[in-house]
Design a protein around this ligand. Sequence first.
Ligand code: APR
Length: 278
Amino acid sequence: ASAAGPPATLEERSLEAVADYIKSGNARRIVVLTGAGISTAAGIPDFRSPKTGLYSNLARLKLPYAEAVFDISYFRNHPEPFYVLAQELYPGKFHPTISHAFIALLAEKGLLQMLFTQNIDCLERAAGVPADKIVEAHGSFATQRCIECRVEFPDAEMRAHVTRGDVPKCNECKGLVKPDITFFGEALPRDFSEKSHNTAMADLVLIIGTSLTVYPFASLPEMARKGIPRVLFNMEKVGSLGSRLDDVLELGACDDGIRKLAELLGWTDELDDTWRNI
Ligand code: APR
């Protein structure tokens, strides 16, 4: 890439060119978009990978269709399947990956404009990414409330119910309690619409571990300005990535691609230290 700005020509659209662009100091506002693929290396299954994905391993829950487990109308009548899943996914037993550590390192270097995550595992927070730099577009397990009267439910009681695998009921109105995760059929947190403009002002967009199948999150990559590099770290090509001259496709395990970028930046030791200190 020319020192002046993002890689300008076809043959330059490589991870090397992206590293040069960051080193040139012209990529000061980096927006990162993540999905379940960033946490599979932590031991949390993603949703749609064939065989290993969550949606192909829910047969025991006898769901009408896989995504029902996160559907608000199905939950109202059948909350049990979600709570079977919650027992497996509940934060606390998983450790952030090297890719999570890289995002924390970007923030530490003052280069992270905003991280938008679709994940509910809170591993970004655990990795040390500042809360004001994280938009949990699909909410998280961090808090929970009654779906009828909206009264918040105590964390300790929630953890006890999830550990036992039973369904918590509101202490006020006996309504069903649900973590503040965005179910299908629910609106995304206000934070998402209020902060999505950050993608339009990004100098560089990194997209890590997502199939880009769920909207409106999947519309974020389109908000990147023309001429701004969009780098995909993913097992497979997804969304419109690859359609723009400045798109860079780093296909394969995201931790490998991220380590390669860190190496090109000369940040390998810092990245290892960041990860070791989480
Ligand atoms: N490295 C790189 N890519 C990976 C890795 C890995 N280690 N593991 C999985 N992937 C890729 C998969 O190939 C897939 O393209 O990550 C993507 C994960 O896609 P999904 O399973 O669909 O997860 P996600 O995109 O986060 O799903 C979006 O769907 O069910 C809803 O609300 C839920 O937030 C979720 C949303």
